[in-house]
Every structure is written in C-alpha cells, then in structure tokens.
Design a protein around this ligand. Structure first.
Ligand code: SF4
Ligand code: SF4
Length: 184
C-alpha cells in the first residue's frame, strides 16, 4: 500500500527527529509554557498539528522553528514525552533557508556558536558585534534599532549580566572536539 504524500511528511519528520509527532493530542501544554510564542507565526502545538496533517510547505516556511530558543520547556511539559525542541531542530535543518522575516536568525546562531567554539562560553560583546556585521548594520543604524540594542547592552552590563572582556573556560579542547565531531 502506498503512503499518502501528506502522511509521508509526518513519517519523514518522525524518522529524522526520532520523535513520535503522531502521539500529539493537542493538549496545548507545550505552547502555554513557551516563552517566545509572541514572535511565532504558529505556536508549537499548532505546528505539530500541521506536521500531522502533512502541510509540508507551510511548516517548512514557518517562522516558528527559527524563533524557537531551544529552551526545552515544551519538551519537559509534554505529557506524551515528545521532544518538541528536537522536532524544531529537525524542521530548521530541513528548511535550510530561513523564511522572510527570519533571515538574520541563522546569523545569530552562527555568531553564538562561533563564540562557544572560540572560548567555550558566550562572550556577549564579541557575539553581538559579529552578529551586527553579519547582518545589515547600516539598516540597523538608519532604523535606530542599534540605539535600542546598545541601551539593552548597557543595562545588561550595568547589572553584571555581560562581561566587557572575554573569558575562556578550562577544557576548551573538549568543546572543540564536540564541534569537530558535529562537523563529521
Ligand atoms: S524549545 Fe522552542 S518551542 Fe519549546 S518552549 Fe522553548 S522556545 Fe518554545
Ligand atoms: S504538549 Fe505534547 S501532546 Fe500536548 S500539544 Fe504539545 S506536543 Fe502535543
């Protein structure tokens, strides 16, 4: 018996993520705990329903997996043990290119990972500068967005949440090995 196209999308996601998306019964516990639904086009439980229904183009064109902060709150709340954060990772990998409105998010991830790779922990100032220069820094200056971000940075620094100088952890070699392993 051949598998209907909409069903094969669900199977494909389940196979790639190792998560049983078909078990989701729409209780909404994931979305009600998610801290970033305000920035998503579909909350996590709706996106999972769309995967079940095989709405491939809508799912892979959604902002939601790119906005997801991988905090795993949804994963810990799901009564069916679905690792939703892992499903979001899989969707990002499958979509490859971020949709309109989320083009800068992969650049932020890249700057974040480069910072971890270089020092074993995030150096916020360096990461933000790298992110700024990877994105359209002039557009940010023109739109005055940069002023808002500088104010936020200053507040974080003032409250001791951001260091001025980088700090490298002991055991950096182990972190580098993780990156080398991931690249294989
Ligand atoms: S892992 Fe992503 S989808 Fe889940 S609660 Fe966190 S931000 Fe929301
Ligand atoms: S918490 Fe789990 S079962 Fe409930 S809607 Fe979210 S994914 Fe589905």
């Amino acid at each position: 018996m051949s598998i209907a196209p909409q069903t094969s999308f669900l199977y494909h996601i389940e196979e790639k993520s190792g998560e049983k998306v078909s078990l989701c019964y729409q209780c909404n516990k994931c979305s009600s705990g998610c801290p970033v639904t305000f920035a998503m086009d579909f909350p996590p439980h709706v996106l999972l329903r769309m995967v079940q229904l095989g709405l491939k183009e809508k799912v892979l064109g959604s902002l939601t997996p790119w906005v997801c902060a991988s905090c795993e709150t949804c994963t810990t709340r799901c009564p069916n043990g679905i690792d939703i954060a892992r499903v979001m990772d899989t969707l990002r990998q499958m979509a490859r290119v971020a949709p309109a409105g989320a083009e800068d998010i992969p650049k932020f991830h890249e700057a974040f990972l480069n910072s971890i790779k270089a020092r074993g922990r995030v150096y916020e100032v360096g990461m933000l500068l790298e992110y700024m220069f990877k994105t359209d820094v002039w557009a940010k200056i023109k739109s005055r967005e940069i002023i808002k971000e500088t104010k936020l940075g200053w507040e974080m620094f003032r409250r001791g949440k951001m260091r001025l100088f980088p700090h490298t952890i002991r055991g950096l070699e182990d972190i580098k090995k993780i990156f080398e392993h991931k690249g294989k």
